[in-house]
Every structure is written in C-alpha cells, then in structure tokens.
Design a protein around this ligand. Structure first.
Ligand SMILES: Cc1cc2nc3c(=O)[nH]c(=O)nc-3n(C[C@H](O)[C@H](O)[C@H](O)COP(=O)(O)OP(=O)(O)OC[C@H]3O[C@@H](n4cnc5c(N)ncnc54)[C@H](O)[C@@H]3O)c2cc1C
Length: 412
C-alpha cells in the first residue's frame, strides 16, 4: 500500500518522546531523589520511621502539594505521573510512598467524589509546607484482602449522618493520616456493589490508629490499622452523594450492570502508577549492577566481559523497558478515557511488579556476596520490590482481572 502524505502526517503524531515540560519535571524529581532521598534511604529502612524531614522538604519545593499532583494528573498524555513516580522510587520506594501514599486517598476522592467534594477535600489531604497533612485509602480488613466483596466494615444512615463501624488493616498512612477515605458496606447483601466510600476528616471521634506493622521492605512507609468505633460523619462526606448511591444500589438490586464500584474504580486508576513505582526500583538495581559489573574484576577481567553477567544485564534492560511501555500505555489510556477492555491497568502493574522482583534478584546475583550485604543497596531494593506483587491486588488477582477481561468468562 502506498503511503500518502496525509497518512505520514497522521503516523508522525505517535511519539514516545517526553515533552519539554515532562523532561524538566523528570530532572527536577530525579535531582530530589538523588540529593535528598537516596542519602537517607538506609537510615529509614533501619528505623522504620516516617521520614518527616524528607516529606517537609518535598512540600517546600512544591513536590508534595495539591498543585503538583493536580498538574501531574491533568497531563493529557498521562505520562507525567508515571515518570515522577519512577524517579522518586529510583531514590527509595519506601520514602516515595511516604510522600505519595497520600495520592491513594486522593484517587479515592477524585474517583468517586463530586466536583464540590474534590475541591473541599483534596487540598486538605496535603495541607501546606508549614502544616503538612497526609491521606489514606482504607479498604483492606483482616478478613477481606483480595476478596473485597466480603468487607465487614458497615456504614449505617442515622438521621443526616452516617455511622461507621469496623476494622481496617495494612493501610498506608492508616491511623496517622489526617484524611481517611474508608470503603464500607452499606448493603452487605450486594457484596462489592453495596459498597460506598466515605471521607473521615481530622480528629473525628471514634477513629483510632490500630497496630503499626513491621515490614520486610518499603519500611519508611507507614502501614497500620484503622479502628472505627461509631464514627459519625455528615452525609456530605459520602463520596458521590446520596442520590448517586441510591441509584447505584437500585440498579444492583434489580441485577442491572454497573460501571462503578467504590474500591475497584480507585484501584483501576492507580494500578499503572503503582507499576511505575516498581519500575523505579528495578531501574535503580539495573543501573547499580551495570556500573558494578563494569568495575568488578575476577579472573583478570571485568565481570561484565562474561556473557553470563552481560546477558543478565541485557535481559534486565529489556524487561524494564517492556514493563515501562505497558505502564505508559495504561497511563495514556487512562488519561484519554480509553477503557481497560483487556485489563491493561492490571497488566501493567503485574508486569512491572514481577520485573522489579526479578531484576533486583538479578542485581544481587551480579554483586555476588556483596549483593547480600546491607552496606550495598541491592538487598534493600529486593526487599522493597516484593510488595509490588502483593498490594493493590496480588499478581494472582491481576492475572484474574486480565483473564476475565480477555475471555468474558468468570474465571475463579
Ligand atoms: C505494605 C502494605 C501496604 C498496603 N496498603 C494498603 C492501603 O493503603 N489500603 C488498603 O486498602 N490495603 C492496603 N494493603 C493491603 C493489600 O492490598 C492486601 O494485602 C492485598 O490486597 C492482599 O490481601 P491479603 O493480604 O488479605 O491476601 P489474601 O487475599 O489472603 O491472599 C493470599 C494469597 O491467596 C491468593 N488468592 C486469594 N484469592 C485468590 C483467587 N481468587 N485466585 C487466586 N489466588 C488468590 C493471593 O493472590 C495471595 O497469594 C497494603 C498491604 C501491605 C502489605
């Protein structure tokens, strides 16, 4: 087929180049990751404390702010936020999550709230550089992890208020956040279709912090329980509003299909960004082990001169680039309103998470015994990477989403 001028013009619109703005933002975040985050990463990995000075610094330069996140989210190519996430996690994934864990709560508000609710609550999730606030998104419970439909936290209408009771576990920023977005069941018989999201503002009586978890990796990120004991919020805190909820419940009771489920719509939007975080760790490990392999000598030659080592690095680069393409595709689709008909969001997080676990293990192998020693960062990166096959849906659950999407069969 002959290519006409018009077709050429159309095809040339496709580009994987980042634009000037994106390149500047990428460098800005990379410099922050290199100069501020990396130097303190081992310290917070050991202490498992929230890195407040780093969050403060991020707020001071405008990276931890409502405005920055709004700018990242509103980029029409969808690529700015994954680029930012990758760079920050290249610095340290635990600290990156301490900084951007708030965006999960924000996604819960943006994904389910009315424009008025978004305007009211999202700035409160960040606060100001002098008065930093955090947000959390609480779905998981002791008895409801992958099986989100079995949530036991209940929200009951009482006059003009809603009253929430239950227990959430493993929540990023859980109990230390100022704004908690909590998913609760308003009609247990409807399973996940009977869920609704509520915003619980600062100092709301009845909300207390549960156990803080000690973790294998991403230790700078706070993971804790949230206890809800007769937590009373006004009906204005029901995300999306009562009318929309009633209409959704009525459709579910009639057995009609519904596009939105409170927790699922948030996870769909955030999974590619979680994949981008995993990429940051994988790339850190790849770059570090490439440099190491070019320096380290055994048998009178650099270890990279052995195919056994060089091919590992070639495969690492290829897998990381492949994962990034899946992440960027999903982010581009999300930003351009294209539905994930084949589970593209899940696919991207699944691939990136598994590549991160695999690539960080390869990095340990390339460093040999030094890879196993804490003085070198790759063992921490391997520990950090593992969470990416677990949270925001395990790898098995991502495969389930993709398999169901491509087959139309309700695979178990
Ligand atoms: C550090 C950390 C931070 C987290 N942050 C948050 C947060 O901010 N908010 C939040 O709500 N949650 C959060 N979570 C919870 C996380 O999303 C859950 O741990 C995760 O969804 C898995 O649930 P589970 O741990 O109960 O495992 P389970 O669901 O009990 O799964 C156990 C195993 O069974 C497999 N499995 C389960 N069902 C199936 C099936 N149908 N088919 C095949 N395999 C299956 C799983 O893949 C897994 O391998 C966090 C968890 C951690 C560890």
């Amino acid at each position: 087929m002959a290519i006409t001028g018009d077709e050429e013009a159309e095809m040339s619109e496709f580009s994987l180049d980042l634009n000037e703005d994106q390149l500047q933002i990428q460098k800005w975040v990379h410099d922050f990751a290199e100069d501020v985050v990396r130097p303190v990463a081992p310290e917070y990995d050991q202490s498992e404390e929230t890195p407040w000075p780093v969050i403060e610094e991020a707020a001071k330069i405008g990276l931890y702010s409502y405005e920055a996140v709004a700018q990242f989210f509103s980029d029409p190519t969808g690529l700015t936020f994954p680029v930012v996430s990758e760079e920050l996690c290249w610095g340290d994934a635990g600290i990156a999550l301490a900084i951007f864990g708030t965006t999960l709560g924000v996604s819960g508000i943006v994904g389910n709230g009315t424009p008025e609710q978004i305007e009211e609550w999202v700035p409160q999730c960040f606060g100001t550089p002098d008065d930093i606030k955090l947000a959390a998104f609480a779905v998981t419970e002791p008895g409801a992890g992958s099986d989100v439909s079995s949530l036991r936290t209940k929200a009951k209408k009482d006059g003009d208020d809603w009253v929430l009771n239950g227990e959430k576990t493993f929540i990023t920023n859980g109990g230390i956040a100022d704004v908690h977005v909590v998913v609760a069941s308003v009609d247990p018989e409807l399973g996940s279709r009977g869920h609704a999201s509520f915003v619980i503002g600062p100092d709301t009586p009845g909300l207390t912090a549960g156990k803080k978890e000690k973790k294998m990796g991403i230790r700078a990120s706070h993971t804790g329980g949230v206890l809800l004991d007769d937590v009373r919020v006004p009906s204005a805190n029901l995300l999306g509003g009562e009318e929309k909820l009633e209409a959704r419940l009525a459709r579910a009771r009639e057995g009609k299909s519904s596009k939105t489920q409170a927790a699922m719509s948030t996870f769909e939007a955030s999974r590619p960004l979680v994949g981008a975080q995993a990429l940051g760790i994988a790339r850190a490990a790849y770059e570090y082990s490439l440099d190491y392999a070019k320096e380290r000598e055994q048998f009178g030659r650099k270890i990279i001169e052995n195919q056994a080592i060089a091919f590992k690095l070639a495969d690492m680069k290829m897998e990381i680039d492949a994962a990034r393409l899946l992440v960027w595709r999903a982010c581009w689709m999300g930003a351009n309103g294209k539905p994930f008909e084949n589970g593209e969001g899940s696919m991207s997080k699944l691939k990136a998470g598994e590549v991160a676990v695999w690539a960080t293990e390869q990095a340990i192998q390339i460093l040999g015994g030094y890879g196993y020693i804490r003085e070198f960062p790759v063992e921490q990166w391997h520990r950090d990477s593992k969470i990416y096959t677990l949270f925001e849906g395990t790898s098995e659950i991502q495969r389930l989403v993709v398999a169901r999407a491509i087959s139309g069969v309700h695979i178990k």
